[in-house]
Every structure is written in C-alpha cells, then in structure tokens.
Design a protein. Structure first.
Length: 119
C-alpha cells in the first residue's frame, strides 16, 4: 500500500505565496514522475506541473514563472512553491506520483489540499 498526503494549503491574498508539500509513504522502492494537479469548482482537473526523478520539470502555461515544483528523492517528497498567486489559482490541489513498491507499480493520488486566493 502506498499513500500520498498533501499539506500547506490555505487562504492567501492575491500576490501572496504558499508552499505545498506532498509526502509519499509505504513500501517504496523508487518514485518516478511526481506531479501537481488542481481542480477548481465546476472545472476539470488540470495538470499544474510535473517533475521527473532527475529533475526535469514541466509547467502549465498559466503558472509558468510563478510556480516552482521541486522534489526530495531521499524523503519521497514533492513540493510546489506558488508565488504571485491570483484568484484564478483557487482550487483543490492534488499530488500524484508514479511509484514502484515491493508489491508492484502504483499511481496514487493524495486527498487534496484547498488553496483559496482572495482578498
């Protein structure tokens, strides 16, 4: 069994910053691509950013130059530093990862963390 747990969401004013964290736990052999997605009310879930094990990153156009994804392979964690936040960034943010465990490969999701950008 492998689990992802996000933390760090909250209420922030426009222009502010937040840092999300996601911890993977279980009988993990190796984590591969890790990613952040988000889902706003009434909208489909969308990809925010991905990071490969070696550090290669990719971002949605809407967050480029404002968000930074990073990871700690030793701790099986992924982070999302969000700067210059806008009201349209309001959403539930989910962590996703490709994980190899002793019992096989999994693609779990976290439970989500709410980010609200409002004055």
């Amino acid at each position: 069994q492998v689990q992802l747990v996000e933390s760090g969401g909250g209420l922030v004013q426009p222009g502010g910053s937040l840092r999300l964290s996601c911890a993977a736990s279980g009988s993990i052999v190796m984590t591969y691509t890790m990613a952040w997605y988000r889902q706003a009310p009434g909208k489909q879930r969308e990809l925010v950013a991905t990071i490969h094990r070696g550090g290669l990153t990719n971002y949605a156009d809407s967050v480029k130059d404002r968000f930074t994804i990073s990871r700690d392979n030793a701790k099986n964690m992924v982070y999302l530093q969000m700067n210059s936040l806008k009201p349209e960034d309001t959403a539930v943010y989910y962590c996703n990862a490709n994980i190899l465990t002793r019992s096989g490969a999994y693609d779990p999701w976290g439970q989500g963390t709410q980010v609200t950008v409002s004055s």
